[in-house]
Write a protein that binds this ligand. Structure first.
Ligand code: SF4
Ligand code: SF4
Length: 386
């Protein structure tokens, strides 16, 4: 049996967040179960790219401030770490992402240290997988006495949902992440790599920032949804199971969680999860929007709809009227399918990883169904879409 605590929290007011997290932690033995004075604690945030905390694309800086204050109060040394996706001029934008999210400022004000996984070394982990026999993971994860995973509650156009289980992908430093997208385009296989990371890191505590969540075209181009929830668990899969239930989905709907289920990364059946805190069952997040390509949860037959819609391939297209020519998509595409000059996409190369859509800071990459009608429309609107 795993426990998931759901706390209602209507703002990022520091005192409010601290009170909610502390009372939630008391339900799993309190902070003393996890930390002691002097321990080095790494807060693994979700820092997908250079996005402000207000966009709900990253773990909110004020959420991180609250947890940092708690840990500093106990006498811990606090590190705030991640590696962002994408690249500009061959460099991952992690350093800038810490600034834009407000995390550098929070670290400075609260006496924490920013740890950029792109620059802090790696540990070689031996694995037994079809895609390779080694994983290189950020060294600070192994240097810390405790890692606390701080995922953001978000939709994901490629994975449908991203939460506690998937957040560990950022433990792979820098541009190496793009290699895994290329190597493992199938979500189920990608999920095997995510499960490998969990098995090597054994993160003991997961606290999800769902005060604001991202709905619609996440993980970066969606809208803010005021979910007003904090989820706490020692079990990342149980936490995701509960979060998914809140938006009308099931773990079985999420292919990248298949390996986590099969390899007992955690509990995924609600009957094996005890829910406590401000709720004793998953509260429904009414009107929450899923990514368009997966239909609306409001439709009774949405599972059938998902299958039908998924049958039609979804392809990214650059909307030139919004494009700022930053080339983040060009440099981040793991198979170099995007032309630098024209921004046209070579679909024979494209592996539909949706990294370009995920990493464009200007919402300039649309996702279009590749059916005959879409093909005709593309021709008609040749000037708009390349
Ligand atoms: S589509 Fe987006 S990421 Fe690509 S060049 Fe244009 S603005 Fe940059
Ligand atoms: S064009 Fe976009 S979706 Fe296709 S492989 Fe490149 S980054 Fe992935």
């Amino acid at each position: 049996m795993s426990k998931v605590i759901i706390q209602e929290c209507d703002s990022y007011d520091t005192a409010n967040v601290i009170e909610k997290i502390n009372s939630g932690m008391d339900l799993i033995g309190g902070w003393k179960t996890f930390v002691k004075p002097g321990m080095k604690v790494l807060l693994k945030v979700n820092l997908i790219g250079p996005k402000s905390s207000d966009t709900a694309a990253v773990t909110h800086c004020e959420f991180v401030r609250a947890i940092t204050k708690i840990l500093k109060g106990i006498g811990c040394i606090v590190w705030i770490g991640d590696s962002s996706g994408g690249a500009i001029a061959g460099i991952a934008p992690t350093a800038r992402s810490f600034e834009v999210a407000g995390l550098s400022k929070v670290a400075l004000e609260e006496g924490a240290e920013i740890v950029n996984f792109d620059r802090s070394g790696v540990k070689e982990c031996i694995i037994n997988a079809d895609y390779g026999d080694k994983l290189y993971l950020a060294k600070p994860v192994f240097d810390a006495d405790l890692v606390i995973n701080l995922p953001k509650f978000k939709t994901h156009t490629a994975a449908i949902y991203t939460g506690a289980v998937k957040n560990v992908f950022g433990l792979i430093p820098g541009l190496k992440k793009a290699e895994y997208h290329k190597l493992l385009p199938d979500p189920k296989n990608f999920g095997c790599m995510i499960a490998d990371i969990h098995e090597n890191c054994k993160i003991k505590l997961h606290i999800m920032d769902g005060i604001t969540a991202m709905q619609g075209e996440g993980p970066t181009a969606g809208d803010v949804y005021n979910a007003h929830k904090i989820l706490i668990s020692e079990d990342p899969l149980a936490l995701d199971t509960v979060a998914l239930k809140m938006i009308g989905l099931d773990v079985l709907d999420i292919p990248i969680l298949t390996a986590a289920r099969d390899r007992n990364i955690g509990q995924w059946k609600l009957e094996n999860i005890e829910i406590c805190g401000d709720y004793d069952s998953p509260p429904e997040l009414k009107t929450f929007k899923l990514p368009k390509r997966f239909g609306s949860k409001k439709k009774q037959n949405y599972k059938v709809l998902i299958k039908v819609i998924d049958f039609l391939k979804t392809r990214p297209r650059v909307n030139l009227s919004l494009c700022k020519q930053c080339n983040m998509c060009v440099e981040s595409c793991p198979v170099q399918a995007i032309d630098k000059q024209t921004k046209s996409i070579e679909y024979s190369k494209c592996i539909e990883c949706m990294c370009c859509h995920e990493l464009c800071n200007y919402k300039a990459i649309d996702l279009k169904k590749d059916n005959m009608l879409a093909g005709l429309m593309t021709k008609l609107y040749k000037g708009k879409y390349k």
